[in-house]
Write a protein of this length. Structure first.
Length: 113
């Protein structure tokens, strides 16, 4: 597995949850020619459900699952030592988190608003 992890050392502790799967759009061409491309989003514990929901809705992803370490991805998911894995960071401004917060805000409105 060829890993690109966007987290800094602090985020590796504060964002331990890795949610993602096989990216069918990026697999098989470019840097991922003849290999698979996987993408995972690292998030804090309080954002796991929102990120799982966001990733699961993306049509280009299959085999969506959650891990607590990069080592688990290489043990359970990747098929080749040349498969690409990219870990992105979900912060408070990330689309997955903002969509969840906006939905919660709408459902918590008083009746008539």
């Amino acid at each position: 597995m060829i890993l690109t992890d966007d987290r800094n050392e602090q985020e590796k502790t504060s964002h331990p949850n890795l949610i993602g799967g096989l990216d069918s759009y990026l697999s098989g061409w470019g840097r991922a020619d003849d290999v698979n491309s996987y993408a995972y989003w690292a998030c804090a514990d309080e954002h796991v459900k929102a990120v799982e929901k966001w990733v699961s809705k993306r049509e280009e992803f299959s085999g969506v699952c959650a891990f607590k370490s990069v080592e688990n991805i290489s043990s359970y998911v990747t098929c080749s030592e040349d498969d690409l894995v990219h870990v992105y960071v979900v912060n408070e401004n990330h689309r997955a988190v903002k969509e969840e917060h906006e939905w919660i805000a709408l459902t918590n409105q008083p009746k008539g608003h």
